[in-house]
Design a protein around this ligand. Structure first.
Ligand code: MEV
Length: 430
């Protein structure tokens, strides 16, 4: 097994204690004491920090943080932190990253970090003329927008384009919408584009002879896309009683179901978001924004469909790809304030929003593969059962070594239910 001192392959990681795992991560990545404390939960987010983040703070809410292993993305190894409550997700991503690694890992890319601000203009008397008046002033409007955020300007970001759309089929009749395209560099960008939209509003009202109503970003960030691809060598796909061809064709048939049917596509994409959201959350990013963008993008052609695609290459290997909007940042907001988010970015060695987006979309693709491989073969429940059983054991009141023992017994009995767990626990009482 190839395992470097610094890489993302760590054999037997799951068998280590949490302290040993942290020590191993530290050995590979070199984390400061406060970063280690942030990861291990003791200083993940202090109450007073939380109190500055939202209103009426009464506490903090914790989630398990697991580390996905084996990821190689654009030739570089990366340890991926995932904040998620669902069992099997971290193990699934790690296992699929291992299969993808055998085919060279993931190749990922992003488009420029361009967000869209929407400005709704009502009550223009002559919509086509108002539209032209705005378009004729485009250069001046873009020049004005460039001065709104001097820091972003310095970093090479700022307005890129301005479009005017005529919405003619709405419940209140026709109106205009201006799209301001804004390069937000390493930020998620909501603040930057919302500010720009609000600042340009009076000038747009004047030019259009109308009244500006909404001024807000669009979460359908279809100009800020992240893409990942991977090739799984056919030889990696066989397992237990399943031939490699059977697994590969089963995965392709499972994807075809999602490509053709919105009921299946919703679940298929949910599996992708299991991976995507876990990293988005671990880095303090806005997972609702990423979710909204993903599902709107999945329906962009008028019918909701799968975000990923699976097929085979000329050699018969399995090839997968995923393309989706990815509005994530590494500066501003919770990414900067939340100590665990900072430690997680450091763990990944992420120094740009682009690299973060490439990692996230690769994890999404790996997660999708994990689900399809299980569904196309033994079903999802077998892998799920062990961890689920542990959660049921804890909920039933098991403690310490009892947890593992109780979980094992329930799995052996193929009956993982809280009433059964309580019954077994009672039978163990002296
Ligand atoms: C469960 O969280 C996710 C899956 O349902 C995804 C899928 O069906 O593809 C297993």
């Amino acid at each position: 097994m190839e395992e470097s001192e610094k890489g993302s392959r760590i054999s037997g990681f799951y068998k280590l204690s949490i302290q040993e795992r942290l020590a191993e991560l530290n050995r590979r990545v070199g984390l400061a004491a406060d970063e280690l404390a942030a990861l291990s939960g003791s200083a993940g987010l202090r109450l007073e920090q939380a109190d500055h983040m939202i209103e009426n703070v009464a506490g903090v809410y914790a989630l398990p943080l697991g580390i996905a292993l084996n990821f190689k993305i654009n030739g570089q190894d990366v340890l991926v932190p995932m904040a998620i409550e669902e069992p099997s997700v971290v193990a699934g991503a790690s296992f699929m990253a291992r299969l993808a690694r055998a085919g060279g890992g993931f190749s990922a890319s992003v488009t420029p970090p361009e967000m869209i601000a929407q400005i709704q203009i009502l009550d223009s008397a002559d919509l086509p003329s108002a539209r032209l008046a705005i378009l004729e002033t485009k250069s001046a409007l873009l020049a004005e927008a460039l001065e709104i955020d001097p820091v972003l300007k310095l970093l090479g970001g700022g307005p890129r384009d301005l479009e005017v759309r005529l919405i003619d089929d709405s419940p209140i009749g026709p109106f205009l919408v201006v799209h301001l395209i804004f390069d937000v560099r390493d930020a998620m960008g909501a603040n930057a584009v919302n500010t720009a939209a609000e600042r340009l509003a009076p000038r747009l009202a004047q030019l259009s002879g109308g009244r500006v109503h909404l001024r807000i970003l669009s979460n359908l960030a279809d100009r800020r896309l992240a893409r990942a691809r991977c090739t799984i060598p056919l030889s990696e796909l066989a397992f237990e009683g399943y031939s490699a061809q059977e697994v590969r064709d089963g995965i392709i048939a499972a994807w075809a179901f999602a490509a053709a049917d919105p009921y299946r596509a919703a679940t298929h994409n949910k599996g992708i978001m299991n991976g995507v959201d876990a990293v988005v959350i671990a880095t303090g990013n806005d997972w609702r924004a990423v979710e909204a963008g993903a599902h709107a993008f999945a329906a962009r052609n008028g019918r909701y469909t799968a975000l990923s695609a699976w097929g085979k290459d000329a050699q018969g290997n399995l090839v997968g790809s995923l393309e989706m909007p990815m509005a994530v940042g590494i500066v501003g907001g919770a990414t900067r304030v939340h100590p665990a988010a900072q430690a997680n970015l450091k763990l990944m060695g992420v120094e740009s929003a682009a690299r973060l987006a490439e990692i996230i979309v690769s994890v999404g693709l790996a997660q999708n593969l994990a689900a399809l491989r299980a569904l196309a073969t033994e079903g999802i429940q077998r892998g799920h059962m062990g961890l689920h059983a542990r959660q049921v054991a804890i909920a039933a009141g098991a403690q310490g070594e009892q947890i593992e023992r109780l979980a094992e017994q329930m799995v052996a009995e193929k009956l993982v239910r809280i009433d059964r767990a309580q019954e077994i626990l009672k039978s163990w009482q002296p």
